[in-house]
Design a protein around this ligand. Sequence first.
Ligand code: SF4
Length: 294
Amino acid sequence: MNNEIRNTGSERRNLPDWLKRPLPAGHKFSHTQTVLSSLGIQTICTNANCPNRGECWDRGTATVLILGKTCTRGCKFCSVAKGKPQPPDPDEPAKLAQMTKQMNLKYLVITSVTRDDLPDGGASHYRDCINAVRKELPFVEFEILTPDFRHCQKPAIEILTDALPFVFAHNIETVPSFYPIARTGADYQLSLNLLKMAKEHYRTIQTKSSIMLGLGETDSEVKQVLYDLRNAGCDRITIGQYLKPSKDCLEVAEFVKPEKFEFWKQKAVEIGFKWVMSSPFTRSSYFAENKYTD
Ligand code: SF4
């Protein structure tokens, strides 16, 4: 399973069979769509052109995107718009509570754009969203997928203490050698540090991260990322295929075969992750509500 030669994949390729899937659009999909649009709630499912939207929305779940739909970064693997964002919407926490009620959610995944313009990186807005939902629906469990809080990791972690418990997720996204082209403005060590701080500060919670394959990374780089994440105390990992979400994003260098995802799953379990999801369509929030993975 070794693959040390980088595949630069400059040409566009047709999707292999294992990445072709029907577009489910059943009754529940329409309900999800109606609830979200009637409340004006953004999702990462739509803004990032997630290939699982049909399936997830038809299961009645979605990952909400708070703090607007304009990001202060502009990562080359992501289709979320970059620019100058609006101030946080003070009504957003109440809208999320409404949405959670109307969708009858028991597990809510909240993510956001990166807000380098806010002194706390948006941490207090995450806290307010969780607490507003919890006040109305105390049984709901939460997962937050946060940005790296580049300028404010310590205060952000402290602010979020007031919204415990939750699964704390922050995505490492790719191997460090791809940061300069894929995650400009981010720093590999800083992302590891955030996960480590969350684990040490919150103690009883689970932390989670995610890596995309198919940008041209080598096996030894992927393996090193898995070890680095475990050394940062990370409990959960998702591994999925990078798919170019918009025309300005990086090309796919390789369509990694399903067997290889199985290989990484075994490897992650061996390294000590307690919850592992690894398949071509795996994304950070894909089946996040599952208590266990096989
Ligand atoms: S995998 Fe996550 S982002 Fe993609 S559609 Fe499902 S809930 Fe949305």
